[in-house]
Design a binder for this molecule. Structure first.
Ligand code: NAD
Length: 471
């Protein structure tokens, strides 16, 4: 047999590749399991091992790994599969909108370009302040955006040089595990260390607690309701809390009412109202109310006027404690919900509307389904004050339709939400038809806002004494 130079190089590379693999005790296991571990301790230790190896990779490598995540999600077959599975497994939301959300997460989540360096130079030399990884991050993800959150957290956390251990919601187990496997395979094909993105085969509250308490997990990121946000904030670790919202939309008499009616319905019905940013109650100045309702109906709203049916709906979709929605109705379509109270409508009906008072459970409770109460107010100032009250201090998201700059400014200042959308549907606030990057982890309580790679990084100073000042 003739052995030429190319063959020798090939054999050497194969042997070196094998040596690289066995330098990590988890590398082989990772290749078989693609990031899925039976035991949380093993998952965290594998992620820690991967992160140590990751520290030696270049920024160019990191960019390539981020691109590999984007590419594997944007592969049409994968995109369709995770979007369909996500809707089917959780029983929430709809396939078409999940396609849009997953594509959005893969394309508009910032990568390494988010990690800008600050430099100071002077007589004493050069000082750099850079974004540096935390290490292993524990990320808890919700049922409402299970795949979107895994996509955007993986991109942002890996761009910042971390590895990540996911704790998916048990009701979104299969699709979450599938996505972690896809991401792992893509990362390994791109040459990344094995196990940069891991999870466990049986997500549970016990496993989430084990992850949160593991000493190798340096940062916690919770995307979910108030319970889990409170838990991570009490953990004693650096934590990001992306919690609940109850976004109000205020409409005044100066607004473009035709556009407001359409925008509100489009935002409210998106993924059957699952997004935490979606319109949850409308507060409208009395003189504009009838025309707004007319325009909402024109764009797919069905108005329930009978107080008995409204009461029936309350009993059906709000838990007896009056504080939470009935889970089996979260993310269901307007048609499905109406059917349960004996009203048969077609697919053109996207949102159920009704006129209520401020204290109505539909206004007070974060329903996450396309039921949209409308409350009349005498003037815009009363509307702004009511919006602040019903947002419950979540400081999450609010919308306003108005052409009065003073009132828009007043509401923005008073409501203090992370996202404030003026004259558009709620999703403009996460980069759909509005400027700016996207995220599915919106950190109001802890103040990072629309998270991105730099939210998952530590600020570190590096000082070179003397020299390098070229001024
Ligand atoms: P959830 O709070 O029920 O669950 C979120 C995650 O936390 C899940 O993985 C769940 O298993 C875990 N979890 C919950 N309680 C726990 C506990 N005691 N111990 C350990 N783990 C626990 O929320 P959900 O129903 O999946 O999602 C909807 C909620 O999330 C809504 O309130 C919505 O507004 C909010 N949300 C916020 C954002 C944001 O970016 N701010 C994004 C999506 C969803």
């Amino acid at each position: 047999m003739n052995i030429d130079e190319r063959m020798v190089a090939g054999i050497v590379n194969a042997v070196l590749g094998k040596l690289d693999d066995i330098s990590s005790p988890y590398a082989e296991a990772g290749a078989e399991q693609w990031g899925i571990f039976e035991n949380m301790d093993d998952a965290v230790e594998a992620a820690a091992c991967a992160q140590r190896e990751y520290l030696n990779r270049t920024m160019h490598d990191r960019a390539a790994y981020v691109q590999a995540i984007r590419d594997v999600v944007l592969n049409q077959e994968n995109l369709e599969y995770i979007s369909r599975q996500s809707a089917e497994e959780t029983g929430m939301g709809n396939y078409e909108h999940k396609l849009i959300k997953n594509r959005l997460a893969a394309t508009k989540t910032p990568g390494i370009e988010d990690l800008t360096t600050d430099a100071m130079t002077g007589d004493d030399g050069l000082t750099l302040v850079e974004y540096s990884p935390f290490g292993v991050i524990g990320a808890i993800t919700p049922t409402t955006n299970p795949t979107e959150t895994i996509i955007c957290n993986s991109i942002g956390m890996l761009a910042a040089g971390n590895s990540v251990v996911f704790s998916p919601h048990p009701r979104a187990k299969n699709v979450s595990l599938h996505l972690v496997r896809l991401i792992n395979r893509a990362l390994m094909e791109a040459g990344a260390p094995a196990n940069l993105v891991v999870t466990v085969s049986e997500p549970s509250i016990e496993n989430t607690n084990a992850m949160m308490n593991h000493p190798l997990v340096r940062m916690l990121v919770a995307t979910g309701g108030p319970g889990i946000v409170k838990t991570v904030l009490s953990s004693g670790k650096k934590a990001i809390g992306a919690g609940a919202g109850n976004p109000p939309v205020v409409v005044d008499e100066t607004a473009n009412i035709e556009k407001a009616g359409k925008d509100i319905i489009d935002g409210c019905c998106f993924d059957n109202n699952l997004p935490c940013i979606a319109e949850k109650e409308v507060i409208v100045v009395d003189s504009a109310a009838d025309y707004l309702i007319f325009n909402m109906k024109k764009n797919g709203a069905y108005e329930v006027k009978d107080p008995e049916i409204i009461d029936k709906l309350v009993k059906l979709v709000v838990q007896e404690n009056g504080k939470s929605p009935v889970t089996s109705f979260v993310g269901k379509s307007a048609k499905y919900i109406l059917d349960k109270v004996g009203i048969s409508v077609g697919d053109e009906v996207k949102v159920i509307i009704m006129q209520t008072t401020e204290d109505h459970p539909f206004v007070q409770v974060e329903l996450m389904m396309p039921i949209l109460p409308i409350v009349r107010v005498p003037d815009v100032d009363a509307g702004i004050e009511m919006a602040v009250r019903v947002e419950h201090g979540n400081r999450h998201t609010a919308m306003m339709h108005s052409r009065n700059v003073d009132k828009l400014t007043k509401m923005a200042k008073l409501i203090q939400t992370t996202i404030f959308v003026k004259n558009g549907p709620s999703y403009a606030g996460i980069g759909v038809g509005g400027e700016g990057h996207t995220t599915f982890t919106i950190a109001g309580p802890t103040g990072e806002g629309l998270t991105s790679a730099k939210s998952f990084a530590r600020r570190r100073r590096c000082v070179l004494v003397g020299g390098m000042d070229v001024r």
